[in-house]
Structure formats: structure tokens, C-alpha cells
Design a protein around this ligand. Structure first.
Ligand code: MTE
Length: 326
């Protein structure tokens, strides 16, 4: 019906039952051009988003070789979506807030203090962290507890590289990640939506698993502020909230740390929070997900996989009741 009313010469004459060949073909080429045009404009927007980020003051290219063990057949989420649809409550609770407000975060100078049950406590600046181990590119799926997911080319190295440097003592059973809480840089701290600073944690064997990434960049550049500049963790077998952004302190402790979301709603967010399609969140199902930038609102949701498909971590939880330890 759109075509019938189009003013561009391809209208169907009223009453016509069979589409004449030349009209059918011109319609096909017209639709083809629209499709090609929309693809090209999508690619242009993506290029523009990357270019705009490359021009921001702190931007810096990071050269990293793709680690083929962490490649993915899934389509990568466009940079534009990964950097404008974010959860970073220190910069607001709306998905679009961090991209608008995180410009006030100063990712340099920055230090991370590593302390607690370690033989070699240390404070490292970002340049030391960038040089601590060879940078790798790893394409990870990240599944948010809210039911959406993304596929992102991260840059970093296994968190275990850093853990080994500080030599944890026998009392180090857990690792706590403390993130920046600075009212001058983070407008969201005025809201008591969470207890600040945002804290997350892992059991030490989880932190030592090669899949646990210390993230310093994405899409071949340093991390954009809204994605957790200048250093975060990326734990692709766990719900996204475990992947703490903008870390300032890593503490090795003997007791399970109290974590931000667990303090806020203990029945909803457990300490482990492994992606598990069989354990629903009290208010919604975890059986399926929507891929941001790819699956439209009305597309059939895709099935969520146990451990988000990263079965290599299963041995960490042998013998544990994952319904109890959700
Ligand atoms: N880290 C801090 N410091 N503050 C936060 O609000 N949100 C978490 C996690 N890390 C959050 C955080 C949540 S809920 C998710 S889903 C991921 O970051 C989102 O990461 P992304 O924006 O890079 O996709």
C-alpha cells in the first residue's frame, strides 16, 4: 500500500491486479536501494561513533593480538550500541545516562592499590597495568541480569597475571574489587540507589580462572568512560553486574566480601551470579535474552546458555547447589 501511494513513479495503477514486470523490477531495485542505503547509513553511524571517540582527550589505541581461544562466531555488537546502552549507576540509572554524563570521569592519572592477604602489596598506575602482561583481544559475550546481552572485543589479559604478581597468602580466599566513588566526578552518587562505593567480589579460584579478564580497553582503544575506564574486570560467565568498572582497589580477603547488589537486594542478586537459565530472578525469567543492536524488540529472544556458554568454568562449581548459591 505504501508503494501504491508513492509519488516517485512506481505507483500501481488503481484496479491493477497483476504487477507489470517493469514496475515489479523497479520496486525491487527501489527496495534494494533502501536496504543498501540503510546498511550504509548504519555503517556510517558506527564509523562516526568510533571516530568521535578516537578524538576524545583520553583516547588511545591499544595494540593487541586476538587470542583465538576467545574468539566468537557471534556478530560483534556495534561500538555505538556498546557505548550508549550502559549500566553505570555512578553516572545515572538510565541506560543512556553514562554516555551523556561520564565525561567528568578522569581516567588519568589513576592508580589501583592491591592489598590485604598478599605477600607483595602494591600500587600500580595505568601505564604499569598496561605493561604488566601482553595485551590480548578477546571477544566475549556479556549477559546482563536484565535479559540483554552484547558481544564485545575486549582488550586486556587474564586477571591471574596480576594476582600472581602480588602473591596471595594462604588466607586469601576471596578477592574484592572496590570501584571509584568520587562525588566531584560522578553525579549518580547523589542518589542512594546503591551503597557506594560499588563493590564486587570473586572467590580466589574464580579470579585465577584464565577466562576472568582484567579489561583495559575495547574495540582496539582504551575503555570509554561509560564502559568503566580505565580498568575493570570482565567475567563473561557471570551476570554483567559482577564485572566491576573503574576499579581503584583490589583486596585479598579471607571472608566473602559484601557486594553492592547483594547488599541492595539479597534475594535477587547472589554472590556467585553465574549465568543460569534454570534459576530465574524472583521477578523475571533468565531463560532467554535479547542481543543489543541485533535483536529488535519484537524478535524472538535467543536462549540463554548455562554459564553464558562458557562451560570451561563448570569445574569451579562441582558439587555446589547452584540454586542455593545463585
Ligand atoms: N560497575 C560500577 N562501578 N557501577 C555500575 O553501576 N554496573 C554493572 C557492571 N559494572 C556497574 C558496574 C552492570 S549492572 C553491568 S550490566 C555492566 O557493568 C555493564 O557494562 P557495560 O556498560 O560495559 O556493558
Amino acid at each position: 500500500m505504501l508503494i501504491k501511494r508513492s509519488p516517485n513513479g512506481i505507483d500501481l495503477p488503481y484496479g491493477s491486479e497483476i504487477t507489470p514486470r517493469e514496475i515489479f523490477e523497479s520496486r525491487r531495485s527501489f527496495i534494494g536501494k533502501i536496504a543498501a542505503g540503510s546498511i550504509a547509513s548504519g555503517a556510517l553511524l558506527e564509523m562516526a561513533a568510533r571516530e568521535a571517540f578516537a578524538q576524545t582527550p583520553g583516547a588511545q589505541k591499544l595494540t593487541a593480538k586476538l587470542n583465538p581461544a576467545y574468539n566468537s562466531v557471534d556478530k560483534q555488537t556495534p561500538f555505538k550500541d556498546a557505548t550508549t546502552y550502559n549500566n553505570y549507576y555512578e553516572f545515572g540509572t538510565d541506560k543512556s545516562d553514562p554516555a551523556k554524563t561520564a565525561g567528568t570521569l578522569k581516567p588519568r592519572p589513576w592508580t589501583v592499590t592491591i592489598e590485604g592477604e598478599v605477600k607483595k602489596p602494591m600500587t600500580l598506575d595505568i601505564d604499569s597495568l598496561l605493561k604488566l602482561a601482553p595485551l590480548e583481544e578477546r571477544i566475549y559475550r556479556l549477559r546482563c541480569v536484565e535479559g540483554w546481552s552484547m558481544v564485545i572485543p575486549w582488550v586486556g589479559y587474564s586477571l591471574s597475571e596480576l594476582v600472581k604478581k602480588v602473591e596471595p597468602t594462604g588466607n586469601a580466599k576471596y578477592v574484592e574489587f572496590v570501584t571509584l566513588a568520587d562525588k566531584a566526578q560522578m553525579p549518580g552518587l547523589r542518589s542512594p540507589v546503591l551503597e557506594w562505593p560499588y563493590v564486587e567480589g570473586l572467590r580466589i579460584d574464580e579470579a585465577m580462572h584464565p577466562l576472568a579478564l582484567l579489561g583495559l580497553g575495547m574495540y582496539g582503544e582504551v575503555l570509554p568512560n561509560q564502559n568503566g575506564a580505565p580498568v575493570r574486570v570482565v567475567l563473561p560467565w557471570k551476570y554483567g553486574f559482577k564485572s566491576a568498572k573503574s576499579i581503584v582497589k583490589i583486596r585479598f580477603v579471607s571472608e566473602q566480601p559484601k557486594t553492592a547488589w547483594n547488599i541492595a537486594a539479597p534475594r535477587e542478586y547472589g554472590f556467585y551470579s553465574n549465568v543460569n537459565p534454570d534459576v530465574d530472578h524472583p521477578r523475571w525469567s533468565q531463560a532467554s535474552e535479547r542481543r543489543i543492536g541485533e535483536d529488535g524488540l519484537f524478535a524472538k529472544k535467543r536462549k540463554t546458555l548455562m554459564f553464558n556458554g562458557y562451560n570451561e568454568v563448570a569445574s569451579l562449581y562441582k558439587g555446589m547447589d547452584l540454586k542455593k548459591y545463585f
